[in-house]
Ligand binder design. Structure first.
Ligand code: ADP
Length: 177
């Protein structure tokens, strides 16, 4: 019976990832074009530990992942020490930064703080496999994609909550021991 239950509704990455259907969309940073102020507002308006970096909001194509604390430290440092970095400076995660038109403040290059190959799974990956990957690789978060488009994120805490739920439902389960 227990096994049957496991198979009859196998949990997938899309069932556990955030955002849920009713949530606001994933908070992402675009690889070029955002201003220092826009990135600071994103930081101020959220508490997430990190942000996926995407090519554009339209494409939702994943470029990398940045930790909140690294973004905060880099912007604070740049504002203090880097000539000309102001709220209207543009932030770039790209390899090459286009020359800014005259009268524009210098841009802030943050590619160096980005994880260029964050771990990803597709939305249809079974959660037992995702749990296994988290364990084996010691992941803190994993991004979820569908046809190359970024859909969501699963953190270590999301995984732990999911496992606690399963344990409650099925205390004898050996799957996650
Ligand atoms: P933790 O899961 O350890 O509390 P976070 O504070 O980063 O870590 O995430 C809190 C919740 O928000 C988690 O459920 C996670 O899936 C989700 N989340 C994490 N990062 C983002 C993001 N950039 N945009 C939207 N949701 C996120």
């Amino acid at each position: 019976l227990e096994h049957k239950e496991e198979f009859s509704h196998k949990t997938l990455a899309m069932d556990i990832m955030r955002p849920r259907r009713s949530d606001p969309p994933l908070s992402v940073i675009t690889q070029d074009g955002m201003t220092v102020q826009e990135v600071e507002e994103l930081i101020a308006d959220t508490t997430y530990s990190g942000f996926p970096v995407v090519v554009s909001h339209e494409s939702q194509r994943l470029v990398g992942f940045v930790l909140r604390r690294d973004v905060v430290i880099s912007i604070d440092n740049a504002r203090l020490r880097q000539e000309g970095i102001v709220s209207t400076s543009r932030v770039f995660f790209t390899e090459y930064t286009p020359p800014q038109p005259p009268n524009f403040p210098p841009s802030l290059k943050l590619r160096g703080i980005m994880d260029l190959s964050p771990f990803t799974v597709t939305d249809h990956t079974a959660m037992d496999i995702v749990v296994d990957i988290f364990r084996k690789l010691g992941l803190r978060q994993c991004l979820v994609t569908h046809n190359g488009r970024l859909l969501g994120i699963i953190t270590k805490k999301d995984i732990l909550k999911h496992m606690a739920q399963i344990a409650n439902r099925d205390p004898d389960s050996i799957m996650f021991n």
